[in-house]
Write a protein that binds this ligand. Sequence first.
Ligand code: 13P
Length: 251
Amino acid sequence: MRKKIIAGNWKMNKTVADALTLVKGIQAELAGSTEVEVVVCPPFTALKSVGDVLTDSQIKLGCQNMSSENDGAYTGEISHTMLKELFVKYVILGHSERRQYYKETDFWVNKKVKKALETNLRPIVCVGEKLEEREAGNTEKVVEAQVRGSLADITAEQFENVVVAYEPVWAIGTGKTATSEQAQEVHAFIRGIIRDMVGEKAAKGLRIQYGGSMKASNAKELLSQPDIDGGLIGGAALEARSFVDIVKAGL
Ligand code: 13P
């Protein structure tokens, strides 16, 4: 049985003060609940404050990007050492917004995934097709290239610490969710690629989240699909009530 994992990607939102209000609201509702793994990914500037609130909590801390390098002259970058010092456990890598606006390629995502795994951080690796790619019938081709490229050379053992997030770009922030059938189809396809890459055991154990306009009203149906093991939540993670309701849908 794969434990469901619901992660909130706060993107470039929340000052430290607002982040504290949000995380305290989430924690007040979810204290002690362990059936679903819950992760919050604030912006870098709020990691320390949010992490301090989460000491001794079941809720885990994640971040939204990481350098592929250890240290040195990389202006504006954040290293694994800096993140681990703040008790970060998960790192979102290869989000479509980073691929689109900052030209992150599978090559770079793969370098970051390897660095994360080498340093005991758990990557949440995002893949997903754009609207024109879906309409052209290229969803599987695009997703397969991203999965194979971003996760190249990762061993079956390392896969135990990997989470994949399927986020169709056309569903992100648009209010258009993939239907549960559309999402399930791609999730099963991704699991099949992983099976081909590293074998049945790792594929069976891999958690694959859905992301893209997930909210309390559609979460239960998405999360009841056999290959959907959680959610990566954007807009609905910015408010404690809606985020907590999604987590509860996963119970
Ligand atoms: P929305 O939930 O706002 O569509 O964003 C999804 C997402 O990009 C999470 O990483």
